[in-house]
Write a protein that binds this ligand. Structure first.
Ligand code: MTE
Length: 319
């Protein structure tokens, strides 16, 4: 079967209209015939080297629950990226000229093989498509077709030592190019973390593209984390540093408001944010709200990580 999803021309630039799967495979270095699908169930079919390359057709594609992809223009036009601005619709124009090449990611800490990867090296990991729901802690959500590779593949290469318990990710610090970093409200650079076994879960990926193209700056180019069962703030953008550590990392949001944002930040409709309910969400593009699913609908794949854990203990006020 070949993938046959195409972005409706009304929603895209001509550039996208003519982008073929094969072009993308070439541009991203995706291994032909290896377009594994979303780890979670049914989804658009895969393409092989011998299959004629169809155009990307977003209108026909859904997530494994049958919900349509959020249009490309929304995914790339409504963003949270505080390094630039807190105004979601201004991120794309402000980030437009942010230089994302050359790019290096230094991986170190408690590992046997520390290494600084050039972006080109990271694109040599087999790139896959993953269609995931992104649920922001602000109670809106999207369905996004990412391209990327499991975090576990990189970690297996650098080989965490037996002392490593957590992975700490850091975004770029470039206040001369990112005016939001001049704000004293937050402790820059943006930092996030995962428990090592969470990072090793197959759903946790580094995204290098979306909608069949390299990531645009506003979505975290050239490489970001995507952990779909957690609130979107865990999916840290523009990563330049990854360290394996033995102490739970303090994220930018934990440092800013530990009573509101915890380390785990698992999507959970039964655990409200102190200032609003998390029981429902607004899927961008829909009129009425929909119920929020536990672990954003990925409970089957991740529940074993949290046996004996209560998400209500995640923030300081609720413990
Ligand atoms: N990463 C960095 N470096 N800076 C940010 O402000 N915002 C987070 C997350 N990653 C953020 C970040 C939040 S709150 C969300 S909801 C998602 O990115 C949004 O990703 P998107 O803009 O690609 O939809």
């Amino acid at each position: 079967m070949s993938t046959s999803f195409r972005i409706p021309s009304s929603e895209i630039t001509p550039e996208h209209l003519y982008l073929t799967r094969r072009d993308f495979i070439k541009s991203m270095g995706i291994a032909a015939g290896s377009m594994a699908l979303a780890a979670c169930g049914a989804a658009p079919s895969t393409s092989t080297a011998s299959t004629p390359a169809p155009n990307i057709n977003a209108s026909a594609a859904t997530d494994e629950l049958g919900d349509p992809l959020t249009p490309h223009e929304v995914v790339t036009g409504y963003n949270n990226y505080y390094e630039f601005t807190t105004d979601k619709e201004d991120v794309a124009p402000m980030a437009k000229d942010f230089p994302t090449s050359p790019w290096e990611v230094a991986v170190g800490g408690l590992v046997k093989n520390p290494k600084t990867y050039m972006m080109e090296d990271l694109l040599k990991f087999e790139q896959e498509e993953r269609i995931y729901r992104l649920r922001c802690v602000e109670a809106w959500s999207m369905v996004i077709p990412w391209v990327g590779f499991p975090i576990s593949k990189l970690l297996n290469e650098v080989e965490p030592t037996s002392d490593a318990k957590f992975v700490r990710f850091q975004s770029i610090y470039a206040p001369e190019k990112m005016p939001g970093q001049l704000s004293g409200w937050y402790e820059w650079p943006y930092t996030e973390g995962l428990r090592l076994d969470e990072a090793m879960n197959d759903l946790a990926i580094f995204a290098t593209g979306l909608y069949g193209k390299p990531l645009p700056p506003q979505d975290g180019a050239p490489i970001r984390v995507v952990v779909p069962w957690k609130y979107g703030f865990k999916s840290i953008k523009a990563i330049v540093k990854i360290d394996l550590v033995d102490v739970k990392p303090t994220s930018l949001w934990m440092a800013a408001a530990s009573n509101e944002y915890g380390f785990y930040a698992n999507v959970n409709p039964d655990v409200d944010h102190p200032r609003w309910s998390q029981a429902t969400e607004r899927r961008i593009g829909e009129l009425s709200r929909r119920p929020t699913l536990k672990y954003n609908g990925y409970e089957e794949q991740v529940a074993d990580l949290y046996v004996g854990w209560d998400d209500r203990l995640d923030t300081k006020t609720s413990s």
